[in-house]
Design a protein around this ligand. Structure first.
Ligand SMILES: *Cc1c(COP(=O)(O)O)cnc(C)c1O
Length: 408
């Protein structure tokens, strides 16, 4: 698809077709496309110049808003993408601990920096790539992996490697193998194992920050990681990222400390303007209850219709993030996500697209619901899903037969 424009919950492609959009640029557009508040603020900002290579009051305001929303973040640095945020957070964690090994969970995605392209979710999971050509083995030699939600496996890893682990990085609610919420106690165990071993816990809240709650997943679960990565929503649809955490750790970043990190466009005035306008809307009362209700409507509607058509469906959901897995489930890790019937998802995706509903073109991505998705759009989506699930039932093949890679 080539996109011509977006407005509210809708995308319009180059052939003039309209779609209800559940990708929302993979997360940033929690207010929908071209939200009037964001557009107005950007128009004003644009006339004042696009980048200065020096500090602005607006980026300080963004930093203040982030530190207020995330109590674990005392000091924050703005960058240009989620990739830069995770890459830089790991660098500072390694410097702070004087160790090199990092632990990531299979199926989690932390951007495309070399050390994270091991058993990564999102694109690599969709394409079935365990890792990427072009990444030297030395770059991933210090990356240890562990299944998501597997506390015993993580404990064993710490028993074997604890003194050399610099950091554990985790999506506190996984969104890049499809949505997989943390099992009770999983995140708490990460924090306590890290504390015991002198490693740092890094929450990658690039999707979940300002999405699940204003203060992200850590506020929802009442946890304080050492470092936090943000992106997506805080740029309001423009390129941005941020990493921050405990003051004594972040004070190691240049120019206060010796850990080098910089960026020509970091804290870009347009990006922080779009981000601030978005955060202002999200600070209004009732926003997260509304998002939760929209997510719940889709979840229960999909499950009900799947039952009607005799299609085995598991819907994983956290607030306005959800993934329909074509499997009896439950799905609690990457192994489980991969039991989702790809052929069924392909049929479902196609049938939805034909009816003007744009879903993620992969069974291993989250659907993103925005505040712009109103009751009429949700209703239209579920009506389309009814027909699409009927198509899945009609196309059903014996288990194991006819499986194909998703070809959106
Ligand atoms: C999208 C994403 C990233 C990477 O952000 P980019 O801005 O695409 O570089 C990192 N971590 C998570 C959890 C993400 O979803």
């Amino acid at each position: 698809m080539f996109i011509e424009r977006g407005k509210g919950p809708y995308l319009y492609d180059a052939d003039g077709r309209r779609y209800i959009d559940y990708v929302c640029s993979w997360g940033p557009l929690i207010l929908g496309h071209a939200h009037p508040r964001v557009v107005r603020a950007l128009r004003r900002a644009l006339l004042r110049g696009t980048t200065f290579g020096a500090a602005t009051a607006r980026e300080t305001e963004m930093a203040r808003r982030i530190t207020e929303a995330f109590p674990s973040v005392e000091l924050v640095r703005l960058v240009n993408s989620g990739t830069e945020a995770t890459m830089s957070a790991v660098r500072v964690a390694r410097a702070y601990t004087g160790r090199v090994k990092i632990v990531k969970f299979t199926g989690c995605y932390h951007g495309h920096a070399d050390p994270f392209l091991v058993q990564a979710g999102s694109g690599p999971a969709t394409l079935g790539l365990p890792d990427s050509p072009g990444v030297p083995p030395e770059s991933t030699a210090a990356t240890l992996t562990c299944p998501y939600n597997d506390v015993p496996a993580l404990r064993s890893l710490f028993e074997a490697e604890g003194p050399s682990i610099a950091a554990v990085i985790v999506e506190p609610v996984a969104g890049n193998m499809g949505v997989v919420p943390p099992a009770p106690g999983f995140l708490e165990s990460i924090l306590s194992l890290c504390r015991e071993a002198g490693a740092l816990a890094v929450f990658d809240e690039v999707i979940t920050g300002f999405r699940l709650a204003y203060g992200g997943a850590q506020t929802l679960y009442g946890l304080r990681p050492d470092l936090t990565c943000l992106g997506k929503i805080i740029g309001g649809g423009l390129p941005v990222g941020a990493y921050g955490g405990r003051r004594e750790i972040m004070e190691m970043v240049s120019p206060l400390g010796p850990v080098y990190q910089a960026g020509t466009l970091s804290g870009n005035p347009l990006a922080v303007t779009a981000g601030l306008a978005t955060l202002e809307s999200l600070a209004e009362p009732g926003v997260y209850e509304t998002l939760e209700a929209k997510g719940r409507t889709l979840e229960s509607g999909l499950l009900e219709r799947a039952r009607t058509h005799g299609v085995a469906l598991t819907v994983n959901r956290a607030g306005s993030l959800l993934t329909p897995f074509f499997t009896p489930g439950p799905v609690s890790d990457y192994e489980g996500a991969r039991t989702s019937d790809r052929e069924a998802y392909r049929v479902f995706f196609r049938a939805m697209l034909e009816r003007g509903i744009y879903l993620p073109p992969s069974p291993f991505e989250a659907m993103f619901v925005s505040l712009a998705h109103g009751p009429a759009e949700l209703e239209e989506t579920l009506e389309a899903a009814d027909r699409a699930l009927a198509a899945v039932a009609a196309a059903r093949v014996p288990a194991g037969a006819g499986r194909r890679e998703v070809d959106p």
